[in-house]
Design a protein around this ligand. Structure first.
Ligand code: SAM
Length: 334
């Protein structure tokens, strides 16, 4: 497994070292062999590069529908995104060496793909659990504006450091509890074209997986990471308290989102005390009850996630190697 991952990394390095016109050619070749345009471009062109369709090859991107009010994608790209499984691996880029201090940073390239589907160029995204800025960077990569709220200043400091180093104009950031900041945004009359976020996934679990057998060493990031703030949703004392707070978060989303637009919430399910906890679906149900339409889920399969012999050889225990990307729509006003 590690072997094939290393070989893929080597291959990626070779592709990225090719001149841009050759990478473009490779991208087109992949598309001719059936790889979706957005994926082909991402694999070959690098994620910060704007793809210009070469003259005479406009058909490679597919047609853009004049009635498309949601995004700037062609028909091919739109349909490709609607597949329910995402199994792309993302490169460690845009200051990942700094961002990895955060226990749950997300690849800006993944966030870019989501943002590109749910907004048009120039529109504004809200991320009320911004961390070290996966969504904010993703928005910058595709010419969107973003507002990030984050409880802990140290994560925003890392985001700003990354922006300085990568020469990216920082997006608007607000340090605070999103349950206090979002009401202020409502009072100011602000409205967003999409809310795309990755909240804490559950109350803090003291032990990971098999009763602490693999403990903290089972983690990839340095775990000085967690805050002790009572405002941190992760410090809810029970799952029910956590779901209640997420419901409150959802109510503010309804007030901050333009009618007909989307809220996308990434949640990783958990396993605790011998049982699977489908937190994502409990949250989906809460959001549905308060007035969102639950439109679907995309499963992000983290191809490089380590697997452990939990439960072996006595009982089935899952290796959770995916996140659920929950997609909600605020109904259009009648
Ligand atoms: C899963 S992480 C988000 C990671 C982010 N997507 C990134 O790429 O860095 C969740 C974040 O929510 C923050 N958080 C928790 N409770 C919060 C609250 N009430 N208001 C604002 N941020 C909060 C945590 O500090 C943490 O950084």
């Amino acid at each position: 497994m590690a072997d094939s991952t290393d070989r893929l990394r080597e291959l990626a390095k070779i592709i990225y070292s090719l001149p841009k016109d050759q990478r473009r050619w490779l991208s087109e070749l992949l598309q001719e062999y059936g790889v979706a345009p957005s994926e082909a471009r991402q694999l070959t062109l690098g994620l910060g590069d704007e793809y210009e369709v070469p003259r005479g090859r406009e058909h490679a991107r597919g047609k853009y529908h004049p009635n498309n009010r949601l995004n700037d994608l062609s028909g091919n790209e739109w349909v490709y995104f609607t597949k329910t499984v995402l199994r792309t691996s993302y490169p460690s880029e845009l200051g990942h060496d700094l961002r990895r201090q955060h226990y749950a940073n997300k690849p800006p390239a993944l966030m870019r793909q989501i943002i590109e589907f749910f907004t048009k160029r120039g529109q504004t995204v809200l991320d009320p659990f911004a961390g070290v800025g996966g969504t904010l960077l993703g928005a910058s990569l595709c010419g969107r504006k973003a507002v990030g709220i984050e409880l802990e200043q140290r994560w925003l400091d890392i985001y700003h450091e990354v922006c300085r180093r990568e020469q990216i104009e920082p997006q608007e950031t607000i340090c605070g509890d999103c349950l206090e900041v979002m009401p202020r945004l409502v009072e100011e009359g602000r409205l967003f074209d999409a809310i795309i976020t990755d909240p804490p996934y559950s109350p803090a679990l003291e032990k990971t997986m098999c009763d602490g057998k693999y403990g903290w060493s089972n983690r990839n990031s340095p775990f000085v990471s967690f805050s002790s703030s009572p405002h941190d949703l992760r410090n809810s004392t029970t799952f029910d308290e956590f779901y209640d707070k997420m419901e409150e978060v959802g109510r503010w989303f309804l007030r901050l989102l333009r009618p007909g637009q989307y809220a996308v919430v990434m949640i990783r399910d958990s396993y605790q005390n011998g049982e699977y906890i489908p937190a994502s679906f409990y949250i989906a149900e809460r959001f549905r009850k308060i007035g969102f339409q639950f439109k679907g889920v995309k499963i992000w399969y983290q191809t490089g996630a380590p697997v452990r012999p939990y439960g072996y050889p006595y009982a089935f225990v899952p290796n959770i190697v995916h996140h659920n990307i929950l997609i909600f729509r605020k109904p259009k006003q009648k």
